[in-house]
Ligand binder design. Structure first.
Ligand code: HEM
Length: 344
């Protein structure tokens, strides 16, 4: 897969991160119709689809180096953004194996994995990592296996143990989250960690999603999309750092909304792991400024209608109450009232 990497950009303070034309065109625009409601929107995670971001098992893009640097900054400040409970050690190795094999297969120019029995050799050229280690022996790596590999991949990851007909979130690397905390949720069950989400519980969405996930098979990963809005292309919108990014939301005005406000889309993947029977949840976030998104007229038109007509409880949950009208007014200029057809 062709991967052209930019030098490190920033996702905090001066926010130099921008999307190239190619990155805009591959953005996973999440709305397939002019309205949005929660649903059990899961489909097989197979190559192909509306955007090239689905072509690799774990998609990397031009922001790879900057996002890995940003993750390292967040971890230096708060090491607890990555932890795995000790009983999930097999899931750590499962994750390392899955990510290394997938990256080496999908991006052979950037990554190489060689194996001689348990003696493995991992080469990550963009980050200048050349690591020989013994698979199954954590003492041969500079970090625990899950942390070692997820420091080198874009997007967050959580590990769910399956027992008692339920899923429990008991590990993760979470440095780019949309206002939730792994530390707070640790040990919670599927319904518990989804507790704050409005509307979806009453609609039976989580009951059906859990039933589906408990039967997730090895070798048959699934994916779904989620979205929210963020002020500036900031990756770390954690509750822990709300005092930093909260004020940036209240600084959105009609004059700066196009340049600052970002649509944030998560391509979420769910993969059954072989040794541990745990589920790896990948949350791969993509950020696009409104001024980038509105270069695609059909996206601008549709987003205007989605935000304008969004259920008020969902709008409040996604934190857009303060600037919703500013966005709607801004996007109205791109909506010619034309009828649209389903699809992105
Ligand atoms: C929101 C985790 C799978 C649907 C959330 C939140 C978390 C989370 C932490 C934020 C809750 C908060 O506000 O504190 C996970 C994990 C999953 C998972 C670890 C892995 C098993 C799913 C699945 C669905 C789903 C399979 C399918 C229906 C949702 C929805 C929201 C949500 C609709 C609200 C998102 C929004 O409006 O921005 N999830 N989730 N989740 N989740 Fe999940």
């Amino acid at each position: 897969m062709n991967l052209v990497l930019k030098p490190a950009e920033t996702f905090r303070e001066d926010y130099t991160a921008r999307n190239s034309d190619a990155a805009i065109l591959r953005f996973p625009f999440p709305f397939h119709e002019d309205k949005y409601m929660y649903s059990v929107n899961m489909e097989p995670h197979v190559p192909g689809g509306a955007s090239p971001v689905y072509d690799a098992v774990f998609d990397l893009d031009e922001h790879y180096i900057g996002e890995c640097v940003d993750r390292a900054i967040t971890l230096a400040d708060d090491p607890m953004r990555c932890f795995v409970m000790p009983h999930l050690i097999d899931a750590e190795w499962d994750t390392l194996e899955l990510l290394m094999e997938s990256l080496a297969k999908d991006y052979p120019e950037q990554f190489t994995l060689s194996k001689d029995g348990a003696a493995w050799h991992w080469v990550n050229r963009p980050l200048a990592i050349d690591q020989k280690f013994t698979f199954g022996d954590a003492s041969t790596l500079p970090y625990p296996p899950f942390e070692f590999i997820t420091r080198q991949v874009q997007g967050d990851f959580t590990l769910q143990d399956q027992r008692d007909n339920n899923l429990f979130v008991e590990g993760g690397m979470v440095t780019t989250q949309a206002d939730w905390s792994l530390n707070f949720d640790a040990g919670m069950s599927f319904m518990e960690w989804h507790g704050p989400v409005p509307v979806a519980h009453q609609a039976g969405v989580f009951e059906r999603a859990l039933t589906y996930l408990l039967r997730l098979q090895y070798g048959k990963p699934v994916r779904r999309l989620n979205w929210t809005l963020t002020a500036n292309p900031r990756l770390d919108t954690s509750p822990e750092n709300y005092p930093i990014w909260g004020p940036e939301k209240t600084a959105i005005t009609p004059e700066n909304v196009g340049a600052r406000l970002c649509l944030r889309v998560e391509v979420q993947t769910l993969t059954r792991l072989p040794r541990s029977n745990a589920i790896l949840f990948g949350i791969r976030g993509y950020l696009i400024r409104l001024e980038e998104l509105t270069r695609v007229p059909k996206w601008a038109r549709r987003m205007h209608r989605v935000i304008r007509d969004l259920h008020p409880e969902i709008a409040a949950y996604k934190g857009m109450t303060g600037y919703r009208q500013i966005i709607v007014d801004h996007l109205a200029a791109f909506d010619d009232g034309a009828a649209t057809s389903p699809g992105t």
